[in-house]
Design a protein around this ligand. Structure first.
Ligand SMILES: [Zn+2]
Length: 484
């Protein structure tokens, strides 16, 4: 059995002014052919799970291209077309294929195309024809759209946020694909898109409305006629018509059952929509509370400046307040500022520098902050994920400097990346909305959610939406919507 394997993953924040170009993919991941299997085998990723399951089931993988970049603005046309054409050319050259396995995201917005995954799947379907089944893994933040459903046989969304089940979903997609190929199951899918645009802040699956929905989905999946249930919380910072929560139920040759379960999930999501509304503490209050908190570490979550949600990652407001009040034993992880790193490299370890850090990408993450400090360490920023997410996968922050400013350590990085791996400090500022919880919840004495400015803010009123569906909750709070 021969299975085609490819990955194209990007979460696009259309409010970002940082284009996601080829260099952004090269900084994170752009691989071809057999190298993909070598790089991802054994990792806690979708590809890792797909490879494990395929090898266990004795399938032969035909690896094509694997491309991923940190969330930012629209994916530029040249790199998008390059990856798409590479995939199609490899499909052409692959000869006979029994199935196609794709690891996509679901919230990728290339230049000139609203639904990147729909566009890819349509092209892949045209290439392989109707007889070759296609199974896809999608991120929990995918903005489900018509073309994704029309052109794939199976979609498997992550069921967790923090995303700790990527390998499990990858394995599931591969196993189910093999069952379709063997004619042991025949997928029939139903989907719903209620007018709901949940901000990230309350999308976590350990509590709240998504826990409630997945508890219900878990029950539904116990029925052997149910192949899988995916509830996409959606990515609200993509100003496109498909943005928002999506429900996808796939059953084994039972369309009425799929429809019934999808309707039930939609009803519950709508009924509990107010639980998605999120609020966090203003910067001053949050810092004061962290200083007063006993024990360590206390985590200050800079939720709105999450590079994993496409924010700049160079927000300065929490650091500014920490320095203003003379905080001791605090670390800020991490500020994306390649120019500041270079100033530190020039000064060398132990050197004194005065420089402006952060606030340079746009005017939505605070102003640059002038500081004087001592360079504590310099490194090449290479690391391996040791936390519960993407376990075992190497990562790159690029040239990295740790700068001591009074008693606050500031980690300055060259490539944008979210803080996912645990550190122990008295006060720790992480630029992350939910993902940090996977590693930090077990060790933090207290977690304080901060409402600083930024492009992943859960306060959706801060965004100038122009193209999303309206009316939509919570932007139109009094919206009346009848589920079937
Ligand atoms: Zn996600």
């Amino acid at each position: 059995m021969r299975l085609f394997l490819a990955m194209l993953s990007h979460e696009t924040n259309t409010f970002s002014n940082v284009p996601t170009d080829r260099a952004q993919f090269e900084a994170r991941d752009l691989r071809y052919g057999g190298e993909i299997v070598e790089a991802y085998r054994g990792t806690g990723t979708c590809l890792g799970g797909m490879i494990r399951a395929a090898e266990r089931l004795g399938a032969t993988l035909v690896p094509s291209v694997a491309a991923a970049a940190s969330p930012a603005g629209r994916v530029t046309k040249d790199i998008y077309e390059h990856v798409k054409h590479r995939m199609l050319a490899d499909l052409e050259a692959a000869g006979r294929l029994d199935g196609v396995l794709l690891d996509l995201h679901g919230a990728m917005v290339p230049e000139g195309i609203d639904d990147g995954e729909g566009d890819i799947l349509k092209a892949v379907r045209e290439k392989v024809g109707p007889g070759v089944p296609i199974a896809v893994t999608l991120d929990f933040h995918g903005n489900l759209g018509r073309d994704m459903i029309a052109h794939a046989d199976l979609l498997h969304g992550y069921k967790t946020y923090p995303h700790v089940d990527m390998a499990e979903r990858g394995a599931e997609a591969a196993e189910r694909l093999v069952q379709v190929i063997d004619h042991r199951i025949r997928p029939t899918a139903a989907w719903r898109k209620p007018p709901l645009l949940p901000p990230l802040g309350n999308q976590g699956t350990t509590r709240g409305p998504m826990r409630r929905l997945y508890a219900l989905a878990d029950e539904m999946e116990k029925d052997p006629k149910v192949i899988s249930v995916s509830i996409f919380a959606g990515f609200p910072y993509a100003d496109i018509p498909d943005a928002g929560l999506g429900i996808y139920v796939v059953t084994d040759d039972d369309q009425p059952l799929a429809e019934r379960l999808a309707t039930e999930l939609e009803r519950v999501a709508w009924e509990h929509r107010h639980e998605f509304v999120h609020s966090a503490l203003p910067v001053k209050d949050a810092v004061a509370r962290a200083l007063a908190a006993p024990g360590r570490p206390v985590v200050l979550a800079d939720m709105a400046d999450n590079t994993g949600g496409g924010a700049a990652g160079d927000g300065t407001e929490i650091l500014r307040e920490l320095l203003r009040v003379g905080a001791r034993g605090a670390t800020v992880a991490c500020i994306w500022d390649a120019a500041a790193v270079q100033s530190c490299v020039k000064a060398g370890v132990g050197g004194r520098v005065t420089l402006e850090i952060g606030g340079k990408v746009d005017d939505r993450h605070g102003a640059p902050l002038r500081v004087t400090g001592t360079v504590r360490t310099l490194s090449d920023g290479r690391f391996v994920h040791r936390g519960p997410m993407m376990t075992g996968l190497p990562g790159r922050l690029g040239p990295t400097a740790v700068l001591d400013v009074d008693d606050v350590k500031v980690i300055l990085i060259t490539y944008r990346w979210q803080t996912l791996d645990p550190l122990s400090e008295k006060i720790l500022v992480v630029k992350s909305t939910i993902h940090y919880r996977a590693a930090f919840e077990p060790i933090a004495k207290e977690i304080i959610e901060v409402d600083a400015p930024g492009l992943s803010s859960s306060n959706l009123a801060r965004f100038d939406f122009r193209r999303i569906r309206r009316p939509i909750f919570p932007l139109d709070p009094d919206l009346v919507y009848e589920t079937d």
